[in-house]
Structure formats: C-alpha cells, structure tokens
Design a protein around this ligand. Sequence first.
Ligand code: SF4
Length: 437
Amino acid sequence: MYKVYFITFGCKVSQYETELLKSCFAEAGFVPADSSADADAVVVNSCTVTGSGDNKSVYAVRKLRRELPGAVIVLTGCMPQASPEAALKVAEADIVTGTKDRAKLPSLVLDVLADRRRIIDISPLSRDETFEEIAYSPTDSHTRAFVKIQDGCECYCSYCMIPYARGRFRSKPLADLAREAEMLAAAGRKELVLTGINIAFYGCREGKRLADAVELCCRTDGIERVRLGSIEPEMMLPEDLDRLAALPEFCPQFHLSLQSGCAETLKRMNRRYTPEEYASLTEQIRSRFPYASFTTDIMVGFPGETEQEFSESMAFAERIGFAKIHVFQYSPRKGTPAAKMPQIPASVKHGRADRMKALGDRLARSYMEGLVGRTVPVLFEREKSEDFHQGHAPDYTLIKISRKNSKKSLRNEIFYVTIEGVGEDCCFGTLTEAPAE
Ligand code: SF4
C-alpha cells in the first residue's frame, strides 16, 4: 500500500481541498504517511495569493526533491493554475496540476509510481466553468467541518492573483450542499463553516444569496452551529443580515476582510468599499447581533502607503475594535497591477507589520476582557491538554475550563460556561447551568 503525505499552503479553501484530496487518495487505496520522510508521494497544495505564497510552495517542492529522491512529488493548486510557465520550470515536481480535475490526482500518482515520468496537466479555466463537485468522506473526526460552497472571483483587487487562478464566480448548488451537510452531520460534525474564495457572491449567477446556503445548513438535522468563513464586506445587505439574525444556529463571528482602513489605500487596492461603508456595516451587524465579534485581515506596506495612510489604517482598526487581526505584509505578485506600482522598502513594511500586530494583540485582549462575567454556550472539541477542556463560543473565542472538576470528556457537546478570566489567546471559565430564556 502506498503512503501519501500532504503539505498545504494558503487559505481555508486550500485546506478544505486538501481534505477532499485526502479522501480521494484514501478511496484509491493510499494510506496517510506520518511524515514526508515516510511517504511514497507528497502532494504540495500551493497558494498564489501573493508572491511569497508562490515562493513557499516552490521552495517546499525543491526541498522535498532533495530529501526524498525516490518519492513522487506533486505540485498542485492555485500557483500552477495562475502561472503555468513558472510552474513548469519547477523541474523537481513529477506531477504539476492546477485547480481543475483534482479527483484524478491519485490515478496520476499511481501512473508515475508505476512508470517514472513527468505529468503536466493544467487545464485552463473556461468562462462557463461550473462548480467542481468532488465526492468525499471526512478523514478526521473533528467537531467542526469546512464546506466549500463557492469558487472563483471576479473582483480583481490590484494585488491579488486569485481571479487568474480560480476563474469566474460559481457556487455549489443547494441540492449538493444539502447532501454534503447531511453527510457531515451523519459523520458526527456539529458545526459547519461555509467557505469559498469569495462567499459573499454565493449564488450570484443563480439568483440565490449566501443566506440561502446558511439557512439550509442550519436546518440540517444534527448541525448545531453554522458560521461563515472570510467574507468581503460589500455584499452583505440588511435583508441578508435579517435572515441570518433569525437563525439560532448561526454564529455571529464576522471575518470581514478589511485590508486597509484608509480610503486612498483601498482605492489603489481596487477594493470596493470605503472605511465609512465598512464601519456602517459593522454597526448594522451589531444592531442585530449584540454579541458579534469582528475579525479581519489587514495588509501593511501596500505600494504607496504613506505613514499617514498607515496611521489611518491603525486608527480605523482601533475604532472597529477587532477581536483578532491577521496582519500580512504586502509582497508583489508578478502579473498584478500593484506589482508595477512604486514599492515600499522591506524595513518599513516589517516595522508597520510589528505595529499593527501589537495593536491587534491589544485589541484582542481588550475584546476578551469584555467577555468576563458572560455565560456562553461552548462547543467542546478534542482534548488537547491534560489540564483543560476546550472549545469555542459562538463568537469564536477559545474557551478553556479546568479538567480538575470535570474529568469526563465533554467533546462534541455544547455546555454553558461562565467566563472568569483571560489568558494569552483564550478565556478561562467554569461550567454552569444554561441561563434562563
Ligand atoms: S476579493 Fe480581491 S483579494 Fe479576494 S480573491 Fe477576489 S481579487 Fe483576491
């Protein structure tokens, strides 16, 4: 039996697609390897969102080739799809494929294992591409499952290669989503996270809304929580928020991709909202979800970002009061408009990243301190330590309770916890009765 190992770069969509690939390889008779050193084949699922994403994937392939001369090395995903010429130059990869026809990857690996040769199979994405459905069964036993409901993006933010790697907007049909949600519930998943390249545009070609997908998942027997992955702010309309607010299973954690809190920087990024529109959306959300948390991605060092623009971005992040900020330093991606703009020195980018991260840490702490005294339902997950049970609240705060008073496993169950204190990246509390309605 051949062993396969996976290395994933990039976003939740990449991670979800790796889960699908794992299932496809298991179907084809492969078993998971404990490490790359132990594998007959290693699949590198690449990312291309920035230039550094590309470099990491290529570096990984080259390192694997040096360390594992006999293994089949696969380079797949966004990087070869967006930049086939660059991917073809990665001669260390035995197989190079893009974002299409992923289900046939195990058979390509078997071909190369049987008859050592190089396979290049990158099909261009057509204008009438449909959502690629890959049947799978979960290969892990987690409480939470990601479900990809959407692919493609046509927004063309000036720094991003994703539209070239993923093609046009397309959505998982509701009937397929219903089947997947039922399958995941039957496999013991209690929480679904709806994800995609740009889920705000879910159903835009079919006259559907993201709220349709959320409602369907919330109605699935056995699913107790549904949350959204990262979302672009401009497509969340008041009527969608009203529909989400009517769903008790919906978790009010909003990862609204900001990128910059400065109007001028946003314009150069070709983002489609102003800071004021973003702030107004958070107010509309707060009026419907008083316990909503806001998390986001912020890019620093975008071409032309002045100290004044960066300060505006910092001040805006403070104004929103994010519960968590993922900070990225801009790295130029060849083929995008931003790569041709005047660049910021690396030392300035590092300094700004450090300052934004420090702000993010301070805001996260202050958000968690604001939770002390509240009682929240926690969906408990796999025990990771001898000392604590842990799980997440609806707003995605990590909650830990001591195992001293409760030895039995709480895994995959929802219990109420009163929050009593704050740690580095979590809140601590004790089990309590459900509050009276
Ligand atoms: S919305 Fe912008 S950043 Fe996000 S995938 Fe589309 S082009 Fe890239």
